[in-house]
Design a protein around this ligand. Structure first.
Ligand SMILES: C[S@@+](CC[C@H](N)C(=O)[O-])C[C@H]1O[C@@H](n2cnc3c(N)ncnc32)[C@H](O)[C@@H]1O
Ligand SMILES: [Zn+2]
Length: 294
């Protein structure tokens, strides 16, 4: 367990016969029923319920579980295999930190791919409801795999905490992979927790991402450009991956609308009038950047 105390930064260890955590200064943190810790201090919150709303998280969970964005999971998996600089990765465990994990889809899917390796996953989000969903969905995924296959799922588990990207409650120099998918990060914190040789995989919207929707919302819709390389990092690789998402029904389209930043941007009324493009398809496009500390 590599969580550290958000009050004093000392290591947190499990109390005897319990999953609760405590540091040497006696700061203690209970393990919630779903299997996560709340390591977000009251003074690290800008609002009572920071982060994405339950409505957004549930819409995202329903949409992502359809597998429509699985091409992004594959791209991230391929990057991990290629850039961890270990040809023998297929047999090597790694440590991954998912910052702003939301309801946890991407880590869950990566774990399925690499579940024969004793890798360690840490997932944080500032939205308590997101972390709660992520923790319980991981348990469910594990049970489902156990029911339907004879795969060794003992290794399918992650450490979940409510926390802010500005103060990561984990020890330094322990992660091979830092993942930020459409989520905020703090470059100083990323550099602190990555091992030497570790990689920072950052996913951001590509130029044509959901452009068919933007065309309906804005008179002059802007295309996304690739995000700048964060200070203290160098770019190892950048790719832009595209896929056409075909909706099977109106509900999927509605879920996509509710999980997107359109919900933040005061477009709720306009969203009522958005219509599914004629061919029932929409463009999903992502920049996948692979960065390393300079
Ligand atoms: C667009 S969602 C992406 C979620 C997930 N990575 C995915 O792609 O499904 C952004 C996530 O970042 C979280 N978030 C926002 N501000 C944050 C912060 N300061 N620290 C940690 N998480 C944050 C939100 O609660 C939300 O779950
Ligand atoms: Zn402490």
């Amino acid at each position: 367990m590599s969580f550290i105390c958000p009050n004093c930064s000392l290591p947190l260890t499990q109390e005897p016969n319990s999953k609760n955590l405590r540091c040497e200064n006696n700061h203690s943190f209970d393990c919630a029923r779903q299997g996560y810790y709340n390591l977000l201090l009251a003074n690290q919150k800008a609002s009572k319920e920071p982060g994405d709303t339950s409505e957004m998280l549930q819409a995202r969970n329903r949409f992502l579980e359809t597998g429509k964005y699985s091409f992004l999971v594959r791209a991230i998996g391929d990057v991990i295999s290629k850039y961890l600089a270990r040809a023998e990765l297929e047999n090597t465990a790694f440590t991954l930190f998912d910052c702003g994990c939301g309801e946890g889809y991407y880590t869950r899917e990566l774990q399925k791919r690499y579940c024969s390796l004793p890798s360690e996953y840490y997932c944080i989000d500032i939205a308590k409801n997101g972390v709660k969903m992520a923790a319980s969905q991981t348990k469910l995924a594990k049970q489902n795999i156990e029911i339907h296959t004879d795969a060794n799922t003992a290794l399918l588990s992650a450490n979940f905490a409510v926390a802010s990207s500005a103060n990561l409650p984990v020890a330094g120099n322990i992660f091979d992979v830092f993942l930020s998918i459409f989520a905020p990060f703090n470059e100083t914190e990323v550099a602190r927790i990555l091992k030497p040789g570790g990689i920072f995989i950052r996913v951001a919207p590509g130029p044509n991402h959901l452009f068919e929707l933007k065309q309906q919302l804005y008179t002059t819709p802007q295309k996304h450009t690739a995000p700048d390389v964060p200070v203290g990092f160098k770019m190892l690789n950048e790719q832009c991956i595209t896929n056409q998402v075909k909706f099977d029904n109106e509900a999927q389209f509605s879920d996509l609308l509710y999980m997107t930043p359109f919900a933040y941007k005061g477009m709720r009324e306009a969203k009522q009038t958005l219509y599914l493009p004629n061919n029932n398809q929409i463009t999903a496009e992502f920049f996948v950047q692979v960065l390393a500390c300079e």
